[in-house]
Write a protein that binds this ligand. Structure first.
Ligand SMILES: Nc1ncnc2c1ncn2[C@@H]1O[C@H](COP(=O)(O)OP(=O)(O)OP(=O)(O)O)[C@@H](O)[C@H]1O
Ligand SMILES: [Mg+2]
Length: 219
């Protein structure tokens, strides 16, 4: 008999927030922390995380062809990447007892395509549920940072901007407000974290939110 851990042992976590708010940095810190606790952890990004998803990511963020995308097509491409990721990677990993950390997930679609692009909220909710097979994270960390602070971080890092990032500041202000509204309406799942603090402090706030879920968790 195999002694695989019960599927309930592994958690699905997601990180959200505007560009440059510190998602990748915090995901790395959390992954290291969980691994040191003896847990198995996989980090996956959206869009992407599968071969199909990475091709979609390229189209959405970098390819010249992506410049002509209409908002509706953009929404469907994000959904296609997600549908593949959930079925090919996330569900099998959770079943094996592997914790999964997603770098963006359904809430990104809700705010970027819903508020940012102005697509109908109901359509997005339906599509999110369809693509994700109704799978919501146990916890979502919203790294909240003033838009100007976030762009200063990106500028300082010296990296170039992708297609989504070349939007006016008002776009990102609306995104931030949308995220905050989501966190207010779903406080059980979505935890707002003040990202305008040193890395280690942000990390420890995240751990505080996670600690009730860590009791009894083992590899
Ligand atoms: N708490 C922090 N204080 C200051 N700078 C930070 C902090 N966290 C991350 N940074 C820096 O800000 C920049 C953006 O961080 P990071 O790449 O983690 O953000 P992100 O949300 O993943 O961005 P993206 O949207 O580009 O994926 C990086 O140069 C990173 O080193
Ligand atoms: Mg990142």
């Amino acid at each position: 008999m195999s002694s695989a851990p019960p599927s309930t042992a592994a958690l699905l976590l997601s990180f959200e927030g505007t560009e440059g708010c510190g998602k990748s940095t915090q995901i790395r810190l959390l992954q290291e922390y969980l691994i040191a606790k003896g847990l198995r952890v996989e980090v996956l990004r959206e869009p992407g995380g599968t071969s199909v998803g990475e091709a979609i990511r390229h189209l959405l963020q970098h390819a010249r062809e992506g410049e002509g995308l209409v908002a509706e097509a953009e929404l469907l491409l994000f959904a296609a990447s997600r549908a593949q990721l959930i079925r090919e990677r996330v569900v099998p990993l959770l079943r094996q007892g592997v914790w999964v950390i997603l770098d963006r997930y359904v809430d990104s679609t809700t705010v970027y395509q819903g508020i940012g692009r102005g697509l109908p909220q109901q359509t997005i909710e339906n599509l999110n549920a369809f693509a994700s097979d109704g799978l919501l994270p146990h916890l979502t960390f919203l790294l909240d940072l003033e838009v100007t602070r976030a762009s200063a971080r990106i500028e300082q890092s010296g990296r170039s901007l992708d297609r989504m990032e070349r939007q006016p500041q008002s776009f990102f202000e609306a995104i931030r407000a949308g995220y905050l509204h989501l966190a207010e309406t779903q406080p059980q799942r979505i935890r707002r974290i003040n990202a305008d603090q040193p890395r280690e402090q942000v990390h420890s706030e995240i751990l505080q939110h996670l600690s009730p879920h860590l009791h009894g968790a083992s590899a």
